[in-house]
Design a protein around this ligand. Structure first.
Ligand SMILES: [Zn+2]
Length: 253
């Protein structure tokens, strides 16, 4: 019997966080569900009824670009007012305390930035849906501007002045993973001594490779998720519980 067996999971989590030099949180949809944003990949989620539009179809068809934007504005009306939850606020507290050099997320909802983590320190593996970019020249567009043009044109998506297509800054199915973000995520993962996988089912590759990479580089691995994951056996600590409940003691540290 080891000493850790006498500790509660929460006490063990606190010890690991207090003892860590560099913590890298890796977050998935589960951290944002308490903010009212559903996990689109879950059974019964939006994606099981409304298949996402793959990148090649977006590029090939004006109808698909229009449809993609129409759906985006429906989402905006439903979830655009979402605010950071307890998990976001706890991680922002650890960041302000200098324990978190950077955070990796599969989420596209901008809630880590909204909680106070500098945008440069949020590594977004799947991009960001709260603004748009021209796919050719990289020009930045606000969603409000796109919507105004979209509605004025009878539900047709505007193009950039350069002729390029304007798309939310997300990574669609079939679109290349962002090279700089993947490199930064790898650097953070290899340099940390505590990797916190939070609210991710850890099934989407290549993102799911990071917990494994952290563990192989000698970091402790903690998995906080409502449901078990296939990496649970590798982890130093697994907490299958509500993410907001588990992380709220760290708010304000
Ligand atoms: Zn352009």
């Amino acid at each position: 019997m080891t000493a850790t067996e006498f500790e509660t999971p929460m006490a063990r989590l606190r010890d690991l966080i207090e003892g860590a030099r560099a913590i890298v949180p890796f977050t998935g949809a589960g951290i944002s569900t308490e903010c009212g944003i559903p996990d689109f990949r879950s059974p019964g989620g939006v994606w099981t009824k409304n298949q996402p539009i793959p990148f090649d179809e977006f590029m090939a068809s004006r109808e698909q670009r229009d449809e993609s934007w129409r759906r985006r504005f429906v989402m905006e009306d439903k979830f655009g007012g979402a605010r950071p939850g307890r998990g976001h606020r706890a991680l922002a507290s650890l960041y302000r305390a200098g324990k978190v050099p950077g955070l990796i997320t599969q989420n596209i909802d901008n809630l880590h930035q909204a909680s106070g983590i500098a945008a440069d320190d949020v590594v977004e593996l799947h991009g960001n849906t709260t603004y748009a970019l021209c796919l050719d020249c990289g020009e930045h567009y606000e969603l409000g501007w796109v919507r105004e043009k979209f509605e004025a044109a009878g539900q047709h998506a505007p193009d950039c002045a350069c002729g390029g297509y304007i798309k939310t800054a997300t990574i669609s199915f079939g679109q290349a993973m962002p090279v700089a973000a993947m490199e930064r995520a790898e650097q953070l993962t290899k340099a940390c001594d505590l990797f916190l996988a939070i609210g991710s089912s850890l099934v989407v590759w290549p993102a799911a490779g990071f917990p494994l990479m952290a563990k192989r580089n000698g970091a402790s691995l903690v998995i906080i998720n409502r449901e078990p994951t296939e990496f649970d056996e590798l982890a130093d600590l697994v907490v299958n519980d509500d993410i907001g409940d588990v992380l709220s003691p760290f708010i304000g540290h």
